[in-house]
Design a protein around this ligand. Structure first.
Ligand code: NAP
Length: 526
């Protein structure tokens, strides 16, 4: 029996989601404030690139800023050029033979160790997310908890995968199917879940035996650097991964097209995802495989509110989904589609609830919304708000928030037609379009009148309508009588249809299959 076969999932307790800390508890609050102070003490620190365990200082630097106070430099990062990007992929190629035969159980142990380190450093990671990604405390806590969940969940899934599935045994043969890693891969996460998504994508590839080059978002490189420290401390060998801070537009094509790149795991916008998919499809000189692409992309997610819905619950669900983390979630509700019979009541209650939302620096827990990620995002969102003024009726917000940070008021535009840009395009900010539907069927039609298909929710008390929506609402993650954000690892495998991506279902039982290939082996025994 090989070391891999010796692994058994029974060694581990059942997976359970990491509980969130309670910031209303005075001791927890103090710990959070201390962590923030300590993280602030590290502001402006210089970070090197990490190429297969070797620290490399580049002349070119990238500065990450605190979006609540953009004058504050969170970290100064060496920025990779094409030569260093090339070197990182070559290093992943060289590291692959050793890492790919490291027993699955060893890789799983390292991943569980990484989960433990994240747990121990939770307040510190929360604080980095507050200052570099502009997350409020509860949003940061959810991000870090999800990162821990990914480590714990994928560790268990790897144990399952390492147990060869039972096959039909032909007489006189031993027949088996084993899953082997693909090869060196490139991991490209976005900034909006700068820890959870990076951790999920990178550890899924690593625990299945692939070596990786991680290219974090240029907005959140410090958080990525901190996680690289965790991987090393957890025992992942230096040459199993590289952390390559650099501009996607400068080194992205090279990483994707490199003949040694066996797969690309990407999460980000539709346009970049499509570009990666196109470039990856073209074989390069010396390339001996069809490159695999896992791409999770944007959304234009809708919540349908039926005539018999609990309007208060619907308003709450829409509000949390539209304005949590400033609407910067791929799962965020950017369209509320409401039955005409309750439209006015819904709008009135929504307007009231939105009017009391506080916007300001994310470290101040009195603020429900913090800043958007950067100046470019702020300008782009405000352009959509301007377009929305002529495409509908502005009933809340409509401009920048007060203060030096990248703040935007929670904005609601009512009476929006399905042809409007604010109805069709992903804005990725705190802007909600509300559209009136004639009846439930019309509402459903409007909801799936989009090129995206990520999340959706329906508020109704009618079981026949629930059944109809189950059949017709074409999204990867569908929810009833609750918000459309907040997918939990293990319970809500996450990924979208159509232009929302390849539906990889992160945090689900099939996710690791994208990072392996099956090898069927038959041995004549008599
Ligand atoms: P983005 O602009 O597409 O960037 C994502 C990543 O791609 C970043 O690391 C970026 O690096 C890199 N990149 C940019 N150009 C590239 C290129 N030509 N080749 C290779 N990599 C390149 O997206 P974002 O603004 O970070 O994230 C927001 C988007 O992500 C939204 O559309 C959101 O819906 C989507 N999202 C989807 C999911 C999901 O699960 N479906 C989850 C979260 C977010 P730089 O930072 O250096 O440009």
């Amino acid at each position: 029996m090989s070391a891999v076969e010796a692994c058994s999932a029974t060694n581990l307790p059942a997976f359970r989601n990491e509980p969130y800390v309670d910031f209303s508890d005075p001791a927890t609050r103090r710990a959070a404030e201390d962590a923030l102070k300590s993280v602030r003490g590290e502001f402006g620190r210089e970070y090197d690139l990490l190429i297969a365990g070797r620290r490399v200082r580049a002349a070119d630097k990238l500065r990450s800023l605190n979006p609540s106070h953009p004058a504050e430099v969170v970290g100064v990062h060496s920025r990779a050029d094409a030569a260093l990007a090339n070197e990182a992929v070559e290093a992943a190629w060289r590291g692959f033979p050793q890492w790919s035969v490291t027993p699955a159980r060893r890789r799983v142990e390292m991943l569980l160790h990484a989960a433990g380190i994240l747990r121990r450093r939770k307040f510190e990671f929360d604080a980095w997310l507050v200052v570099e990604a502009g997350k409020t405390w509860p949003e940061a806590e959810a991000d870090v908890s999800e990162a821990i969940d990914f480590c714990e969940y994928y560790a268990r899934q790897m144990m399952r995968l390492a147990d060869a599935p039972a096959l039909v045994q032909l007489p006189g043969e031993r027949d088996e199917l084993v899953y082997i890693p693909l090869g060196p891969g490139v991991i490209i996460p976005p900034w909006n879940f700068p820890l959870a998504i990076l951790v999920g994508m990178a550890t899924a590839a690593l625990v299945t035996g692939n070596t990786v080059v991680v290219k974090p978002s240029s907005d959140t490189p410090t958080i990525a650097q901190k996680f690289a420290e965790v991987l090393l401390e957890a025992g992942f060998p230096g040459d199993s991964f590289s952390l390559l801070v650099g501009s996607g537009s400068e080194i992205g094509d090279l990483l994707v097209q490199h003949p040694r790149t066996r797969f690309v795991s990407f999460t980000g916008s539709r346009d970049v995802g499509l570009r990666i998919n196109e470039l990856a499809a073209k074989p390069q000189k010396g390339q001996t495989w069809i490159r695999r692409v896992v791409a999770e992309m944007g959304g234009k997610d809708a919540i349908v509110v039926d005539s018999d819905a609990d309007v208060d619950a619907a308003v709450k669900g829409v509000l949390v989904s539209a304005f949590g983390y400033q609407g910067q979630k791929c799962s965020a509700c950017s369209r509320a589609i409401v039955d005409g019979a309750i439209y006015d009541e819904f709008l009135e209650k929504l307007q009231q609830s939105v009017s009391v939302i506080r916007v300001g620096p994310s470290e101040d827990s009195a603020n429900y919304m913090g800043p958007v990620i950067n100046e470019r995002a702020k300008s782009s969102i405000l352009r959509y708000v301007d377009a929305g003024r002529s495409e509908g009726r502005l009933i809340a917000g409509g401009g920048a928030g007060e203060g030096e940070g990248y703040f935007i008021q929670p904005t609601v535009i009512a009476d929006v037609a399905p042809t409007a840009r604010v109805f069709r395009e992903e804005i990725f900010g705190p802007v909600l379009a509300v559209t009136k539907a004639r009846d439930f069927d019309h509402a459903l039609e409007l909801a799936y009148d989009t090129e995206y298909g990520l999340t959706g929710a329906v508020f109704t008390n009618d079981s026949a309508k629930i059944q109809k929506a189950r059949e017709r609402f074409f999204v990867g993650n569908l929810y009833f009588n609750r918000k459309c954000t907040g997918a939990m690892v293990g319970a809500h495998p996450f990924g979208g249809f159509n232009m929302s991506g390849t539906d990889s279902k992160a945090g689900g039982p099939d996710y690791l299959l994208q990072f392996v290939q099956g090898k069927a082996i038959a041995e004549k025994t008599s």
